[in-house]
Write a protein that binds this ligand. Structure first.
Ligand code: FAD
Length: 213
């Protein structure tokens, strides 16, 4: 069984972060509780989170194999990250300096993209560094390739992120349980959402093959 939720009422992602399971079956995990709120929008990623701000949204998330409220209460540490981004910048390079990664294109953290796009920046920067005769020309070519590409993702993440699938399912089911995803959303629609996002983010098979060539 899966329960995902949506941002208006609370969405949760849980994943293991260390491949080290003890004799009692315990493993270190990270959980992310995402929730829409008119507050907590300050651009500060160094704040401690407060349980009372989000626990009520997950108070009835009890499964026979996992007790979410207990999991949240037992966390060693809770951090709070605002779901904010920044309008795409008109330029990244100034003389022999440029921007890369979050400094260049902070994006709403949806679609597991920040680090992935930072790596693609680095690959492009290295490629243009060796293919051009001056540092400035290399930075200009890097920026011409990566600024429009990442600006499109920043804007896409605001309107139609990859987890728009969860939003569609949440709205169509009113968060009620269902047995088959196909009864709620067709394979074609699912592929259209994920395929569309892959194109914008540069993650299609063709994109990957082109980079590997
Ligand atoms: C909870 C969470 C989950 C995430 N999950 C994902 C995911 O699943 N997939 C994904 O792709 N992305 C994910 N991201 C986003 C990803 O972590 C960032 O997009 C990525 O780390 C950006 O890389 P960066 O090198 O640009 O910046 P950073 O990783 O922030 O690196 C910047 C570095 O500069 C250092 N620094 C800052 N100021 C100075 C200074 N004055 N002097 C010297 N050093 C300095 C910082 O200490 C830091 O080490 C997640 C982020 C968070 C917070």
């Amino acid at each position: 069984m899966i329960r995902a939720g949506w941002l208006s009422h609370g969405k949760m992602v849980i994943y293991p972060i260390r491949n080290d399971i003890d004799e009692e079956g315990h493993q270190l995990i990270n959980w992310v509780a995402k929730i829409d709120t008119p507050e907590h929008l300050e651009r500060d990623c160094n704040r401690r989170g407060k349980l009372e701000d989000f626990l009520p949204a997950f108070a009835d998330w009890h499964f026979d194999w996992l007790d979410i409220p207990a999991l949240l209460r037992n966390a060693e540490v809770i951090l709070e990250f605002p779901m904010v981004d920044q309008d795409p910048l008109p330029r990244w390079s100034h003389g022999r300096a440029t921007l890369l990664g979050d400094a260049a294109h902070p994006m709403v953290p949806r679609g597991s993209n920040g680090a992935g796009q930072s790596i693609l920046d680095a690959v492009a920067r290295a490629k243009h560094r060796t293919a051009t005769s001056t540092i400035e020309a290399g930075l200009a070519a890097y920026e011409a390739e990566r600024l429009p590409a990442t600006a499109a993702i920043v804007l896409q993440n605001r309107a139609n992120p990859p987890d728009a699938i969860l939003r569609a399912v949440f709205l169509r089911t009113s968060d009620k349980p269902f047995k088959r995803i196909e009864d709620v959303i067709s394979q074609e629609e699912l592929l259209a959402i994920t395929g569309g996002y892959k194109k914008v983010a540069g993650y299609t098979l063709e994109d990957v093959a082109r980079r590997m060539a």
